[in-house]
Design a binder for this molecule. Structure first.
Ligand SMILES: [Zn+2]
Length: 446
């Protein structure tokens, strides 16, 4: 099966320091054909005419990535390298260096232009997340993509990293996250209520003031931080069918969740038209979180077909606990008498995940590898047979070589159309890359 998509999310500065050819040879040996470097969008030159209709200057992000860096570190060597040289060298190893961009998340841009941020039901703006309905945001990212593709006609893939809508990314949960009881916070998603989203929602026939009223009411319950209130939720939201009682009570909130997915899709569709107009053969891929909760940030697998060429499902099962434990910890600190086993049990029931029952183990070891099988299978069936699902698997610490092999195995059983190894969290053991290739070879996938 040589048509499977095999790729890696790699860290350029690590490869540079090791020696690019050594790193490239290892990728080749592992069957990898596609390399996405964190921050690759910032290596390209800026041509001002592409940004005349937006308040955002790309140099703001480029300077930030070079000097300070987001959670994936600084990109000093990358930004000071030449894309064509890297690409030509990679080609000798059969590697294609793709172009990844994150159309929505930027601390420096939101800091300088708060009007671009996602707005919650109380009118507070996110310090992290830009709204996909905001014209400045759309013109900026479309301008950046066009600028880069027009001036670099060798690019064969554009990857959209986590286009979505929320106050924070579930894979990168900030330390300030507020205590809000599950699943009310997720079901009554309190954003985005910026002027552009409100206009769009009203045009789509949504009763925004009633939706706001219901979200406020549910938020009142979600932020009543008593043990009794937690138990009322945990004891009555037991199984999948219990959620239907919530849906029957608040049908407008389901319309709202769907609207948020449509608002995100609308932006992706605009990018699709832009990219395919420049060159129809450029592959457009999009990174989504696991289907069991992707809807909470406006990502819906059911709408991906036809909008992009392939979807990369990001489930780094050894790392997920490190971030997802933060909101649980903040609930524990705020609710007297609650214990972490109760919180973990509820978390697993809602997400359908299995894993360890203490915060320490969840944070340090993540969830069971079998969850990859279920999430890939959900994604495959929901996206439909005409759409490709690439399983994005964690190769970062604490994942060991065996963890990587087990993850590949589960993704394979789930029906993945390809595999992508994630190394962006830095310092991944090189054995993990080797193990990735070894297991793919054993399965006949490369
Ligand atoms: Zn908005």
């Amino acid at each position: 099966m040589d048509d499977k998509y095999i790729g890696v999310w790699a860290v350029f500065d690590e490869d540079y320091e090791e020696g690019l050819e050594t790193a490239f040879a290892r990728y080749k040996e592992a069957g990898i054909k596609h390399v996405m470097y964190a921050g690759i969008a910032h290596v390209f030159e800026v041509h001002d005419e592409y940004y005349s209709e937006t308040c955002i200057d790309p140099r703001l992000q480029i300077d930030y990535e070079e000097k300070k860096g987001d959670i994936f570190g600084t990109k000093y060597f990358l930004i000071n390298s030449d894309y064509d040289e890297i690409r030509a060298l990679a080609q000798k190893y059969g590697l294609n260096i793709g172009f990844d961009i994150t159309p929505g998340v930027s601390d420096p841009i939101v800091d300088k232009h708060p009007s671009t941020a996602v707005v919650d039901v109380e009118g507070r703006t996110s310090g992290h997340w830009m709204c996909p309905s905001n014209p400045d945001v759309r013109k900026y990212f479309c301008g950046r993509i066009e600028d880069i593709l027009i001036h670099n006609n060798s690019i064969s893939e554009v990857e959209l990293d986590v286009v979505s809508m929320d106050f924070y990314d579930p894979q990168v949960v900030p330390d300030w996250v507020l205590p809000e009881l599950y699943p009310l916070r997720q079901l009554a998603a309190g954003n985005c209520f910026c002027e552009h989203c409100v206009k769009k929602a009203e045009r789509a026939g949504l009763n925004v003031s009633r939706i706001k009223q219901q979200i406020r009411a549910v938020y009142g319950e979600a932020t009543t931080l008593t043990y009794e209130q937690f138990k009322n939720q945990a004891d009555t939201m037991r199984g999948l069918f219990d959620i239907i009682r919530f849906v029957l009570k608040y049908p407008e909130l389901m319309t709202w969740l769907r609207f948020r997915c449509d608002a995100v899709s609308d932006f992706v569709k605009e990018i699709n038209v832009l990219v395919k107009n420049i060159a129809p053969n450029i592959l457009l891929s999009s990174d989504l979180v696991s289907p069991s909760f992707s809807w909470a940030i406006g990502q819906w697998y059911g709408s991906q077909h036809g909008m992009t060429d392939l979807t990369k499902l990001m489930l780094y099962h050894k790392n997920i606990g490190l971030n997802e434990v933060k909101p649980l910890k903040s609930i524990k600190e705020a609710v007297p008498g609650i214990n972490e086993e109760e919180l973990m049990e509820q978390y697993y029931r809602l997400k359908g995940f299995t894993g360890p029952d203490t915060f320490d183990k969840f944070s340090g070891e993540g969830i069971d590898v079998e969850n990859i099988f279920y999430e890939v299978k959900k994604a495959k069936l929901e996206a439909g047979s005409g759409h490709k699902i690439v399983a994005g698997l964690g190769g970062d610490p604490p994942a060991s070589a065996d963890d990587v092999k087990n993850a590949v195995e589960m993704a394979y059983r789930g029906g993945a159309d390809g595999y992508m190894l994630h190394l962006w969290y830095h310092n991944a053991p090189k054995e993990n890359i080797v193990a990735f290739g070894e297991h793919l070879r054993k399965l006949g996938e490369i």
